[in-house]
Design a protein around this ligand. Structure first.
Ligand SMILES: N[C@@H](CCC(=O)N[C@@H](CS)C(=O)NCC(=O)O)C(=O)O
Length: 163
């Protein structure tokens, strides 16, 4: 892969500014993390809307970038060594952008690992637990008779808040 045209996702979401980081996303809790990061560090990017209403995340073009069919995902044509890099999973995208821009990730090893520790906590704790509360409280799961799954995720989310 050398140019944006080599990426099948470009057929559905063509890049107007391929020299910018290409962001494929939607303003959901995981999506906005990367948008906020890009705004914070000031790297130029081109956003592409992946609509859940039309199940864009299930399209072959999107799956070519993320086989797990979830936003956000990025392509940076000017990745490490000047080569294109495609990434999915918000946590690793945040780390990549922090390293690339030299911002928000300390050089000091102990502080760097402390920062990454909170990224991991967000990815493994906050994100999935709060997401499950949303499902069981607001979406399809709210009609389930058995409230034990909801209560379990509410309790775990409350515990995460304390941390
Ligand atoms: N661990 C992933 C989770 C991504 C995720 O769950 N994305 C949701 C939106 S917040 C999604 O794309 N859902 C679409 C689907 O499941 O079909 C990350 O942090 O990037």
């Amino acid at each position: 892969m050398t140019g944006i045209a080599d990426f099948p996702i470009n057929a559905k979401w063509p890049a107007s500014f391929p020299d910018r980081i290409q962001l494929y996303s939607l303003p959901t809790p995981n999506g906005v993390k990367v948008s906020i990061m890009l705004e914070e560090i000031g790297l130029p990017y081109e956003p592409h809307l992946v609509s859940f209403e039309t199940n864009d995340q299930m399209s072959p073009e999107f799956i070519s970038l993320n086989p797990n069919n979830k936003i956000p995902a990025i392509i940076d044509l000017n990745g490490p060594g000047g080569k294109p890099l495609a990434l999915f999973e918000s946590g690793v995208i945040l780390l990549y952008l922090a390293e690339k821009s030299g911002q928000l990730l300390p050089q000091d090893a102990a502080l760097r690992y402390e920062t990454i520790q909170w990224v991991m906590f967000q990815m493994g704790g906050i994100g999935p637990m709060f997401g499950q509360v949303g499902f069981f409280h607001k979406f399809a799961g709210k009609d389930y008779e058995d409230k034990r799954p909801r209560d379990r995720y509410v309790a775990e989310s409350a515990r995460c808040w304390v941390a």
